[in-house]
Design a protein around this ligand. Sequence first.
Ligand code: 13P
Length: 249
Amino acid sequence: MRKKVIAGNWKMNMLPNEAIQFIEELAPMVKDTQNEVVLCVPYTDLFYALLTAQNTNIKIGAQNMHFEESGAYTGEVSGKMLKAINAQYVIIGHSERRQYFNETDETVNKKIKSAFEYGLKPIVCVGETLDQREAGETEEVITKQTKLALEGLTEKQVENTIIAYEPIWAIGTGKTATKEDANNSIKAIRNKIAEIYGQTVANRVIIQYGGSVKSTNAKELFEMSDIDGGLVGGASLKADEFSKIVNFE
Ligand code: 13P
């Protein structure tokens, strides 16, 4: 039985004092859940979030990292640095990074490898644009992104990778994929993993859905056979709303 992982992606929101207040508010509301609770916060919140989340079941992660461990890369943060402050998760290849910051399948793959080198758990994003969906290319696009992201990883590493299927047209738009569509896309990703790494590995990989998840649609999405939780943007910015998504059952 795969665990449900509910991760918030705060994107470029929340100041340190807001992060501290949020986590203090959220912690008692999610303390009894069996689901994994993760908050991926801006770099400037990481240290405060990690301290505030100590002795709670809330895990903290970053939203990006560089694939090199150190060097002349002004403005970048490495996996080694994230590990040093005890961050546990890192989002890699979010569509906003692919779209605005030249993230490619190749850099995504390098970052995942570096994340594992430093014991970080990667949440790897894949998803199709509206044009690709309308052209009937969804499955081809997301399975290709998955294959390239995981290239060269060991079976153990693949098992420990979280994939977030986030159709780009559903991000921040209020439009959610139907639960059947989301489940089918996630099944296609799982089948591709099975084809390359075997069914046992594929059955263990956690694959989330992301794109306008909120408390009113979380339950129907997360109860589908292949959807193992969600990566939540806007609705992860209010503790009360996010707690309802975590406690969707
Ligand atoms: P929204 O939940 O705001 O649509 O964002 C989804 C997302 O991009 C999470 O990574």
